[in-house]
Unconditional design. Sequence first.
Length: 318
Amino acid sequence: MTGLRRRQVLGGIAGGVGLAATALHGETFAGRYTLGPEPVAEGIWLVRGTNAQIAFANGGAIANCAIIATAAGPVLFDCGPSLAYGQALRHMARNLTRRDPALVLISHLHPDHDLGAGAFDPATVAALPGTMADIARDGPGMTDAMFRMLADWMRGTQLVVPTRRLEPGPLEVGGRTLQLLALSGHSGGDLAVLDSRTGTLITGDLVFHDRAPATPHADLARWRAALDTLAALPHRVLLPGHGPADRAGVAIPQTRDWLDWLEQALNAAAANGLDMVEAGEQPIPERFAGLAAARYELQRSVSHFYPAIEAARLPRVD
């Protein structure tokens, strides 16, 4: 069965799954996303995601998006988890700027950031070459998983692999200069943008704020190097991939602190002979008490990293 056919079948099943979820959990399918733009700088708005994990109750709308006004039309940074979300974001951007989107920048491959792309002219959807390759490789499976988790919220959603290639350096759009940075670490290709006019740094999931970082495709050494690059950029406000805008300069150190602790904790757990369940249940330091989804992301990270850590540390006995 092809990826397209598989998603069509899942789309047909989704309605029944959604009704079952509603009956079982008492959840109500609202059928639409309610987005609230937060002005953060001149001509820039942050559209906050819910500081939680993907769930039917939130429609998968957990990632932040940004809207940047230009004379040519707004530039969007990420576009949410579904066609319906992308449509709501497009409508909001037009209401704010009185223009249709000129460009939709996809920060990386994860579906909470990119599956709304079908709501936009394909010629406007752009990404780094590495991100394009990542989406082409892993996007079909991720899209199927989103249909299974979100059911009705995903109606009409189709995977869009960006065809407009981005390169690092200055990008002029409608009188606005955006500095594009090609980084990696959270994934194989992570886009960050610095708006020269306002000093607004938009980082995607390289930076999390008041939420534990997710690591499904992470390379921690490269992620730390990316954080070094971002920290060295003069900026007035940082818009993370998840969590509130950061004007106090705390989000980058917070993200780094979690990654450092995570690596140390998982290696120590393996050295002490803990199994994967025990590693995921180990105590989380009190300094992370304010991070949303901390236990959830620790347990996910165990599944991502622990087999390789054990293979490197434990001798073969066969």
